[in-house]
Each structure stands twice: as C-alpha cells, then as structure tokens.
Design a protein around this ligand. Structure first.
Ligand SMILES: NC(=O)c1ccc[n+]([C@@H]2O[C@H](COP(=O)([O-])OP(=O)(O)OC[C@H]3O[C@@H](n4cnc5c(N)ncnc54)[C@H](OP(=O)(O)O)[C@@H]3O)[C@@H](O)[C@H]2O)c1
Length: 236
C-alpha cells in the first residue's frame, strides 16, 4: 500500500508501541485518528506529528458506547479510513489464575479482546469502501504459546489471534486485508503499570518499540499482491 495520504485509526496511541506506530505513520504521510483513554498523553503525541492531519479521540475501548461515539466522530471528521491498527492492551501481572483479581480478569479480557472486537466490527464497513485497506491486530507471543503465570492475558491474546484468523477469511476477496502481530517482550511501561518485575537484565533485552513500529509500517508498505498475514517477532 502507498501510505502517503491514507488515513489510519490507531488504538493505544498514547503510549508504548501505539505511540511509536503513530509517529512513524505520520512520517510516512498518513493522516491519523488516535485513540486511548488519556487525553493529555494523546495531545503530546499529536504535537510531535507534523505535516499530516492528526485528531485525538479519548475513549475507553472496553465501553461500547464510548467506542461507538468515537468512531462516529472519526468517520464524520475523516470521511474515509484505510487502516485500522488495534494496539490498545494491558498486561496481567504474572501469577497462578487463583490469585488473579476478578477486576483484572474483566479488564484484561474486555480491553485486549472485547474492545478490539467492538471497534473492528464498526470499522470494517468503512474499510470495505476503500480500494485497498488493512486491519493489523497486535496480539502477542502469548497469542501463540503458553507461558507460565499468564493465563488471563494469554486467553485474551489467543482470542485476538482466533478473531484475526476468522475475519481474515471472512474478508478474503474484499479490499480489506487482515494481519496479526505476535511479538515477544517489548520495552514499554506495560509491565511496570501492573507492578510486574523481571529477573535482572531481562527487560533490557526486550525489543525497542520503535523497531517493532518500523516492522508494522513495513507490513503496511508492501506492493499490491504482497500481504504479510502475520509476523512473529522475538527479541533474541
Ligand atoms: N510490551 C510488550 O512486551 C508486549 C508484548 C506483546 C504484545 N504486546 C501488546 O502490544 C500492545 C501495546 O502494548 P504496549 O507495550 O505498548 O503497552 P503500553 O505502553 O502500556 O500502551 C498501552 C496502550 O493501550 C492503551 N489502553 C490501555 N487500556 C485502554 C483502554 N481501556 N481503552 C483505550 N486504550 C487503552 C493505553 O492508553 P491509555 O492508558 O491512555 O488508555 C496505551 O496507549 C498491547 O496490546 C500489548 O498486549 C506488548
């Protein structure tokens, strides 16, 4: 896809990977609708992007009414959407499932999985109107393999993988291409937000979110008849 003058929605654009994808797509000439809960963080990202149209839509993705309102505004503002990047997500501090708080279970599933489904189903009809369009869903290495202590996070990310695989087939033959991203550790604050701690030195080895953002832009920038349906990224 030629990225210049396309329009993308990015969820989770206030921080971490989503912020880096926003900066890189902005450099590539993509107009941006940025979503996340924290308005001030979205404003900061917006200020860093020059030369394209950027608008922010503060919204809690697990609240379907807020998602509907935000999507309505985005469509009214931009008219057309070419790319949906589902990046918003939260971590679940590693522990056996018996110890995981019910609030955390609800939040992890409803933000990482249900919220992603809410927005995707609203945007698919808009993407279908474009001659070429794309959905990229950021799952995780935890969307393809079992890792100790990550039961609920993994349930959400396996869910994203299943959803991604099915809508890719549902949309085959339309203008909408669908891909999944399955990456291992990325050096963001996702973990520290839950009080998660890693053994010394482990976090430092994780992938730089700027580098993963470049890989996502690479996926989108391929010529016609090349579509990378999924990428798996490890930091070592
Ligand atoms: N970091 C890793 O090692 C890693 C590895 C594999 C997969 N991933 C996945 O990559 C994605 C991005 O993670 P990250 O590492 O960049 O984390 P991050 O730095 O914590 O960023 C998470 C983003 O999601 C947004 N978000 C969280 N809850 C939300 C909600 N209820 N509604 C709307 N937006 C919400 C946050 O914005 P607000 O707080 O402003 O709402 C923020 O912009 C996630 O899906 C994560 O599961 C990360």
């Amino acid at each position: 896809m030629i990225l210049k003058d396309k329009t993308a929605i990015i969820t989770g654009a206030s921080d971490g990977l989503g912020k880096q994808v926003a900066l890189k797509l902005g450099e590539s000439g993509v107009n941006l609708a940025l979503m996340a809960r924290r308005k001030e963080k979205l404003e900061e990202v917006k200020k860093q992007i020059k030369g394209v149209r950027v608008a922010i839509y503060p919204c809690d993705i697990k609240e379907s009414i807020q998602v509907k309102e935000a999507v309505k505004k985005i469509i009214a503002d931009f008219k057309t959407i070419d790319i949906l990047l589902n990046i918003a997500g939260i971590w679940q501090k590693r522990m056996p499932v018996e110890g995981i708080d019910e609030q955390v279970i609800g939040d992890v599933i409803s933000i990482n999985l249900t919220g992603l489904i809410y927005i995707t189903r609203l945007i698919i009809p808009v993407l279908k109107k474009q001659p070429e369009s794309a959905i990229i869903n950021v799952s995780s290495k935890s969307g393809v393999m079992a890792q100790v202590g990550q039961s609920v996070y993994t349930a959400s990310k396996y869910g994203v993988r299943g959803f991604t695989d099915v809508i890719r087939e549902d949309l085959r033959g339309t203008s909408v291409k669908v891909a999944g991203v399955y990456q291992s550790g990325v050096k963001t604050e996702m973990f520290s937000k839950t009080g998660e701690k890693f053994d010394e030195g482990v976090f430092e080895q994780f992938t730089d979110p700027k580098d993963l953002a470049s890989a996502i832009v690479f996926m989108l920038s391929q010529p016609p008849h090349i579509w990378l349906e999924e990428i798996r990224v490890n930091y070592k």
